[in-house]
Design a protein around this ligand. Sequence first.
Ligand code: FMN
Length: 432
Amino acid sequence: MHFRGVRHGTTRPTSSRFDDDPATRASVTCLVDDPLKACLSEATLNGLRLRNRLIKAATSEGKSPLGVPSDALIRFHERIGEGGVGMTTLAYCAVEADGRLDENVIYPHEGVRPQLERFVRTVKATGAAVSAQLVHAGSFTKNPALTNRRPLGPSRGINTLGLSRGLGRISAMTHAQIQARVAAFAEAAAFMKGVGFDALEIHFGHGYAISQFISPKTNKRTDEYGGTLDNRMRFGVEVLAAVRAAVGDTYPLLGKISMTDGVDGGVTYADSVEIAATLDAAGLDAIVCSGGTSSMNPMLLFRGDSIGPGLLQHEKSVGMRMALRIAGPRLFKHYPFEETYFLEHAQRIRDRVRCAVCYIGGANSADALGRVMAAGFDFVQLGRPLIYDPDFPRAVLQDSAHTSGCTHCNRCVGAIGSDGGLYCTERPGTFE
Ligand SMILES: Cc1cc2nc3c(=O)[nH]c(=O)nc-3n(C[C@H](O)[C@H](O)[C@H](O)COP(=O)(O)O)c2cc1C
């Protein structure tokens, strides 16, 4: 079978920017003509060898009370590694204390170095590589320990997440504050590389700080960080340049973007092709094509059942529960789950950029994985299929008709806030 796999050895019909570049950042070493087998074959990402193209997507674990990585967090990713993915991603590591969503988020500092080193050692022993997602919450935060009285974003506005904690009003960052965030990304990246992470994923999407700058909905600035898309991308591009300088040219950097904010006046699918092209030109090794925002339209990124009931079940704050009840019905829009729901739009990015492209969103069967590979993607990120069953890679390897039993009830999202953190409510105990 001859399929349009971009980087599948002899069948490669389109060029990679690195085909002619000996210092290959994204290359595929397999010589197979079966898309599913291609997915399960070895690959390299900027020199990092991965045993296959399946990457555990960042899914906030809620297993680091007061920001300290717990044994349960390590076991969670060890179990994911045992299931056979090529790489796992430690979710949502804030780049500085002020970048946390709340007090239970990890941020790089000497106090957590021993736990992170143990994390890396333990998970790598399973044969999986380890990545960490670097994020700054910007103005979308309920962190009571902010240095500033108000959360900082590109422009003034209202932070619905922080309303019940007196953090409802957003102040616009000064140039010095923007530069301090750029430096924080770079320092965090150097720290995480030093700890032993094989790769890092910068979060450019989902309504967090960089995404707040990219989106015309939240960025109303009139200086060089606002206005045109180039200007709104400036902060993200500066972050990427600073992180690249901190980790060096031969270190894999992924970036997760939102292909649309899913709200009027926000980033559109058409914009996202230009966003991806800009990050590609700025030296990203792989782009992860997600969509939606946690702040304005979260269901666009999940699809399926509303995350509202699960969030309500585990929310301890009375104020937040009230806010969820009032805002939930408007915020959690209904998008029925369909397999590979971002495929069509992600393909436009696939066609535009020369760096590797990582598919994400509803790739929950062997058939879906094969279709994603056949469409020319280099990697696939998996969230819920692996939360439901960390042995999903093994299952698709053994059975080309395998489909994940995940029902997209999305109760796992609320479970992040449960006492033990993230678990599949259909299959509790999987990660013990
Ligand atoms: C429980 C849960 C937590 C998540 N946390 C994060 C996160 O911390 N960072 C992020 O970029 N995406 C997060 N996501 C989104 C996933 O990375 C992914 O984009 C989404 O689940 C779609 O992929 P899937 O269909 O394979 O699950 C989360 C998803 C779930 C289900």
